[in-house]
Design a protein. Structure first.
Length: 361
């Protein structure tokens, strides 16, 4: 199920690259702010109506565990109490991580993609961003203080090679390549930063808070650049593109990706980012009414081989369920509780095996 969620999320993200071409003449910052504002309202509504949906690990085990027992412990954790709801509120540190996520993986990523599409073909943009699996395969284990496994790195290289085949070659100038590189950095940061706050906040709240912070950042940018004065009502086509990006690419894709990432971890989920250029190719083919070239079809098969190689790798049991980057104080407490439960479970299984051997003797 986590793999299905991540694949679904990346299919939606990949399709958004082609859809974003419909917004090249619309004010960039205000358009993205409107999209994220609609998504934030929808996500906060989902969090309120279904508090257990996409909840953090500690909250799903025990809803009361997310609520500090006293005002002193609330101050120590750096968060406000939520006694009446039992819903975790981001700490000051977590808000900083979410703000960085909104700035790089959301506002920055989309701004870079739209700028890159004005100076480069979608093929070039997709190829550069498609290198994200390799970056995540290398960066994920490093952030946990371990080395990347050879199989995961090899799988990432295969996925990136398949991505290059899928997208082929195309036109690009220096600005286009630089903007595509910025989108690549944003894609990697999107996954790595989310992994830091998912264990306690959960998928829905991470998506909702990051969207809300992205709105604030984009509006500040629009005011600073004078773009806010050039705002206009979108055309029918632009409105449809914005609605698609808000409802499916933001709400749907973010929830699916964050929920899958929370279970797979950065290293394995990073492989699935290779699906994105394949989805971009499929969307562009549908919009243009043409079939992919044989080389592009071979690229799709290469990506599939790389994904199979990486996703079937046996994860290190010591890393299972452990957040991939530094945790908050509450996250460390949750992790310590998880380790204690795991040790008790191992001891219980050992006792059962010993009893079974004694009975058979």
């Amino acid at each position: 199920m986590p793999i299905v969620l991540c694949v679904f999320g990346m299919v939606l993200v990949g399709s958004s690259v082609s859809v974003s071409q419909l917004l090249l003449r619309y004010p960039l910052l205000t358009g993205q702010a409107a999209r994220y504002a609609v998504a934030a309202l929808a996500l906060f509504a989902i969090a309120k109506a279904f508090p257990r949906f996409g909840a953090g690990a500690s909250e799903s085990r025990n809803p009361a565990a997310a609520v500090p027992r006293s005002s002193a412990s609330a101050r120590f954790a750096g968060t406000r109490t939520a006694r009446s709801t039992g819903r975790p509120v981001p700490t000051v540190r977590e808000l900083g991580v979410l703000a960085a996520l909104a700035a790089t993986g959301m506002a920055g990523f989309n701004a870079c993609v739209l700028v890159a599409l004005e100076h480069a073909d979608p093929a070039v943009v997709g190829t550069v961003v498609g290198a994200a699996p390799l970056g995540l395969a290398l960066l994920g284990p490093v952030l946990k203080g371990s080395r990347p496994t050879a199989r995961i790195v090899a799988a990432a290289v295969v996925v990136v090679a398949g991505t290059a085949l899928v997208q082929g070659t195309g036109r690009a100038d220096g600005i286009g390549l630089l903007a595509a590189g910025g989108a690549l950095v944003g894609e990697v940061a999107f996954t790595v930063l989310a992994a830091a706050v998912l264990p306690r906040l959960g998928a829905v709240r991470v998506a909702a808070w990051s969207c809300a912070l992205a709105v604030a950042l984009l509006l500040v940018g629009a005011l600073a650049t004078g773009e806010a004065s050039r705002w206009r009502m979108p055309t029918g086509t632009e409105f449809g593109a914005l609605a698609y990006l808000a409802a499916l690419m933001t709400v749907g894709a973010f929830l699916a990706w964050f929920a899958g990432l929370q279970r797979l971890g950065v290293e394995r989920a990073g492989m699935i980012v290779g699906i994105m250029p394949v989805a971009t190719l499929a969307t562009a083919a549908v919009m243009a009414g043409t079939l992919p070239a044989p080389g592009q079809a071979a690229g799709v098969l290469t990506v599939a081989v790389g994904l199979a190689l990486g996703l079937t790798a046996v994860p290190n049991p010591r890393d299972h369920g452990v957040p991939d980057v530094a945790m908050s104080d509450q996250g460390r407490l949750d992790h310590e509780q998880w380790r204690a439960e795991a040790q008790r479970g191992q001891a219980h299984r050992a006792e059962r095996r010993s009893a079974a051997r004694t009975a058979s003797a």
